[in-house]
Design a protein around this ligand. Structure first.
Ligand code: MN
Length: 287
């Protein structure tokens, strides 16, 4: 297999969001998107005392893309203007299509707030193609135990959230071809992962350390953006355990104009989104 090389190393930047600090490897000033991926936020791991909700995001709108939450530890509760309610526990994934517009809240769930514990997750923004920006909102809530998993036989394992890996089909339905795989890689284990040649591909390392086939090493809280110059990638674990989120997708190739929670193709559509939200066209949801 001809392996891809790394085009950009994107260290996650610490960013204040209200009372908490999250880590953002994408976008950066240099890399505005890894089409179709617009943004990645790694929150936690935070040790949380009982009675406190560090995220506590009240009702807010989205339009034109898909916010996806991978919960690694803790518990979250989702509610939205389409009457969807979801509880996420460790290992669960929530894939929300904002489409034409939705208002939702993202908070700790009751059990987590009461008991405290460790909270950690990733929120990923996946773009929608121009023809899909106004689709009806969709909410997919997927339980950890239901995902297909590949065991590499060397201690490494891969959870298939979206896209296909060695015949295993991810649970998430997507509007364009998207890969989302969650990898656990112990020290000394090497994995080779095939990637469709027309896909962009990136790896976000939550923690640990890996090396690639050229002998370069990369540490946790770093995103690797690969060149489209091969059929796959290779990673070798160099820490006791490395957790990585592997992301691939067929580029959409459209212009991106983002304003806060709206991701559209031009300024006029952004203005329209702000007006539609204020006029209640994305629905109503208060707590
Ligand atoms: Mn949101």
């Amino acid at each position: 297999m001809k392996l891809r090389s790394v085009a950009n190393i994107l260290p996650a930047q610490a960013m204040k969001m209200g009372p908490v600090t999250i880590h953002q490897p994408l976008p950066t000033q240099k890399v505005e998107q890894i089409d179709p991926f617009l943004l990645l936020h790694h929150f936690g791991p935070w040790t949380v005392e009982p009675g406190y909700d560090p995220l506590d995001l009240g009702p807010h709108p989205h339009r034109g893309f898909e916010p996806v939450t991978f919960l690694y530890n803790g518990g979250l509760r989702h509610r939205d203007s389409r009457n969807n309610t979801g509880i996420l526990e460790a290992g669960d994934v929530q894939w929300m299509t904002a489409g034409m517009g939705i208002i939702h809240s993202e908070r700790g769930n009751k059990e987590f707030i009461e008991n405290g514990g460790t909270l950690e997750g990733i929120q990923l923004w996946v773009n929608l193609a121009p023809e899909n920006k106004f689709v009806q909102p969709r909410y997919q809530d997927m339980k950890s135990a239901d995902f297909p998993r590949h065991d590499f036989g060397n201690g490494a394992s891969l959870k298939v959230v979206a896209g296909e890996f060695k015949g295993l089909k991810g649970l998430a339905q997507t509007y364009s071809p998207v890969i989302a795989w969650q990898l656990e890689l112990p020290a000394g284990a090497t994995v080779e992962l095939p990637v469709p040649e027309d896909h962009n591909f990136a790896v976000y390392l939550l923690d640990g350390k890996v090396s690639n086939n050229n002998g370069f090493s990369y540490e946790g809280r770093t995103m690797l953006n690969y060149r489209n110059n091969g059929e796959g990638i290779s990673l070798t674990g160099e820490a006791e355990m490395t957790r990585a989120l592997l992301l691939g997708g067929l580029p959409i190739g459209a212009s991106v104009v983002q304003h806060g929670p709206f991701v559209m193709n031009n300024q006029t559509e952004v203005m329209e989104a702000m007006r539609d939200y204020q006029m209640g066209k994305m629905g109503f949801y208060t707590e």
